[in-house]
Write a protein that binds this ligand. Structure first.
Ligand SMILES: *Cc1c(COP(=O)(O)O)cnc(C)c1O
Length: 419
């Protein structure tokens, strides 16, 4: 079922050998499969109880062409900045399908979102509510809002990507939620439309989602008892994917389990905000081996992609499978696959066993989510290109950066005459 499969000894993406893409676009290079993105999107659609809305979390991969593919499928979008709103609109997404999350929305971002008439704000604090209400009043419009409530459940994931615990910066504490909704209900420039939560990322069990859903439904009932009826409940994103040997629930199981809890709420639409589950396994990072190096205790495979291109392994010891694009007869080495960046933490994989020689092409798998999106120019490295494959066609959807791109906006200061 994978769009990344070996044919005639060469790893392909859909109909195209990755060797061909490496020759045409150089390395390092991100490659995405359109079909893989569409398949994941359709898996969510196939199992969603009506009424529903799936809002792709743009931060996972915000390339315009990726957003375009999803916009053409009628997707909603979960954004966390004004920049992401602009990207969605640029890619053909509809403002009414945008939900705006994030803990630190600025005045300018809120104003822009209201002017574009986005679907709703997922509000994360009382202070943010007041700010949105004031700006909406100033613009003489109504802001549709949902509160992000922190259900205080343990997502059992890496601490950097757990967001639903009381100790995290996200959302309004559950015990304060009722009071905040009451206050919002009295503000003329806001309209309450929903409630939302997002408990973390890369969850591999259904239970934390169900625990969160149960807690959110208690809130929905309490609000209804006070005459505040919600149109939808947004359960966020967070469904995990298989990077190595994780076994996240299939999309259908996760959705059916949630749906079963919602049968008594036929008028409450379920919103979801999947990011990783849509794009992670739709992308690879192509990289070429530069050198093999060994010291007395360890082997290193030095490749041309580094932590500036793919940060996840360095940032949270994330695992990505790394495979040969063409089967190799080179001797087997066991060691770390490292990049050229001047940091000890610059590795793509640790303790891997591969048959490799200098010049070989490798594919770092599952790199479609939080890959390019987290890339940087650290060490003045131009960021890699992004390529979207659809069947036999490959489209360059972001050109490799040049050095002019790297220092764009920088200027020299006048030559000093004070010596
Ligand atoms: C990051 C994020 C998501 C997407 O998370 P995934 O784990 O990629 O599905 C959804 N909603 C919010 C509010 C987020 O911050």
């Amino acid at each position: 079922m994978s769009e990344f499969a070996i044919h005639d000894g060469v790893l392909h993406v859909e109909e195209i050998p990755l060797t061909e893409l490496a020759t045409r676009f150089g390395t390092p290079c991100y490659v995405y499969s359109r079909a893989a993105i569409v398949r994941q999107w359709e898996a969510f659609q196939a199992h969603m109880p009506a009424p529903h809305k799936v809002c792709y979390a743009v931060k996972a991969n915000s390339n315009l062409a990726v957003l375009q593919v999803l916009a053409e499928l009628g997707a909603g979008f979960d954004v966390v900045s004004g920049g992401e709103i602009a990207r969605v609109l640029r890619a053909g997404g509809l403002a009414k399908n945008i939900v705006f999350s994030g803990v630190g929305k600025s005045d300018a971002e809120i104003r822009y979102a209201l002017e574009q008439n986005i679907g709703q704000f997922n509000v994360e604090s009382d202070a943010e509510l007041d700010r949105i209400a004031a700006i909406a009043a100033d613009l003489q419009c109504t802001a549709r809002i949902s509160f992000r409530v922190n259900p205080d459940v343990d997502a059992k994931t890496h601490p950097y990507i757990a967001t639903g615990l009381e100790a995290n910066k996200f959302g309004i504490p559950m015990q304060d939620a009722l009071a905040t909704y009451r206050r919002a209900a009295r503000l003329p420039s806001v309209e309450i439309v929903g409630a939302d939560c997002h408990i973390g990322s890369q969850l591999t069990e259904t239970q934390p989602f169900l625990d969160a859903l149960d807690r959110m439904l208690v809130l929905v009932d309490a609000l209804a008892a006070e005459g505040i009826s919600l149109k939808h409940l947004d359960m966020g994103g967070g469904l995990g994917v298989t990077y190595a040997d994780e076994t996240p629930p299939p999309i259908g199981h996760y959705l059916q389990a949630m749906h079963a809890r919602l049968v008594d709420y036929p008028d409450l639409a379920l919103y979801l905000e999947p990011g990783r589950a849509i794009v992670a396994n739709a992308g690879v990072l192509l990289t070429r081996v530069e050198y093999l190096k060994a010291n007395r205790s360890k082997h290193f495979v030095m490749v041309d992609a580094g932590m500036n291109d793919l940060l996840r392994p360095s940032l949270y010891q994330a695992h990505h499978d790394i495979v040969n694009v063409v089967a190799s007869n080179a001797p087997e080495v066991t060691g770390d696959i490292v990049g050229p960046v001047c940091e000890t933490g610059d590795f793509l994989g640790q303790n891997r066993t591969l048959r490799v020689a200098a010049g070989d092409l490798l594919a770092v798998k599952s790199a479609g989510a939080y890959g390019f999106a987290m890339s940087s120019n650290y060490n003045s490295r131009p960021r890699p290109p992004e390529v979207m494959v659809a069947g036999e066609q490959a489209y360059l959807i972001r050109a490799r950066e040049t050095l002019d791109d790297v220092w764009r906006g920088e200027t020299l200061i006048p030559i000093s005459d004070t010596q």
